[in-house]
Design a protein around this ligand. Structure first.
Ligand code: ADP
Length: 242
């Protein structure tokens, strides 16, 4: 039986309009034993990111004389999905670790850290679609919280196509039964796309429209990242009793 993903009122399985994002919440400085950290919640997707470093490279042979290296691990908790995920790193997690690292490498000033290493851990606690994009948003925020110099703070979101309609921020059900999933990560100040993938089928016109939707959403997510950083780092003026 075909599952209907858009109802007669044009609304999605969770009641959203096509261009509506799920509720997003974020916070920085949530983990005490890291140099920088962030929590990002996007609907049912919940992710922690932790950054350690810059520190000396171990093992030594991985160090580069002229720039730093990023080590990134995207991992899903076994209880984060309906079917228990096998323990250890699956092929998908190894691939996503690489994809996330390559997106972040485009903005981090690695030449400022020769012979050093920055560890980025992305832990998916609960998955409901869009974990790679929410993971990038969280990792970028954790890097900023760690004080790592970057040319921009990346934000990301997935666009999809369900029942022939382009939709913003697809959830797991839409990803599973829809026609396409297009995760996008953007460095807004650099006006650059730093990750673009497409699973499924879209026309070139739909890709253009999808990119436009993603770009708009990224502006909002980027603003939320700045607000989250300000909440942690804002210094209240002295002498003002409340
Ligand atoms: P993303 O999370 O970036 O959308 P995918 O498209 O690979 O990445 O996965 C879509 C969704 O499918 C995930 O967010 C998660 O909800 C679900 N999923 C991924 N891996 C598994 C798994 N091993 N078992 C069950 N569900 C999974």
């Amino acid at each position: 039986m075909k599952i209907r993903l858009i109802n007669e009122n044009g609304l999605r399985v969770d009641g959203r309009r096509p261009d509506e994002m799920r509720r997003m919440r974020m916070e920085v400085g949530v983990l005490e034993k890291t140099d920088g950290s962030a929590y990002v919640e996007l609907g049912g997707t919940r992710i922690y990111a932790g950054v350690i470093g810059p520190r000396e490279v171990h093992p030594k042979h991985l160090e580069l004389p002229d720039k730093g290296v990023i080590n990134c691990r995207y991992h899903m908790a076994s209880f984060s999905v309906d079917e228990r995920k096998p323990l250890g790193m699956t092929r998908r997690e190894i691939e996503l670790s690489k994809v996330i690292r390559e997106a972040l490498e485009t903005v981090v000033f690695l030449e400022e850290f020769p012979r050093m290493m920055i560890d980025i851990f992305v832990e998916v606690i609960q998955a409901d679609g869009g974990t790679r994009t929410a993971g990038i948003t969280a990792a970028s925020l954790a890097l900023a919280d760690a004080g790592i110099p970057m040319a921009d703070m990346i934000a990301a979101i997935a666009v999809g196509k369900v029942d022939g309609v382009l939709v913003l921020d697809i959830n797991e059900e839409e990803d599973k039964y829809g026609e396409a999933d297009m995760p996008v990560a953007i460095a807004p100040h650099l006006n650059s796309i730093v990750l673009l993938q497409l699973n499924g089928r879209m026309t070139p016109e739909e890709v253009d429209k999808g990119l436009e939707m993603a770009q708009k959403a990224v502006q909002k997510i980027h603003q939320m990242q700045i607000e989250a950083l300000k909440r942690k780092y804002r210094v209240e003026p002295e002498g003002l009793e409340t």
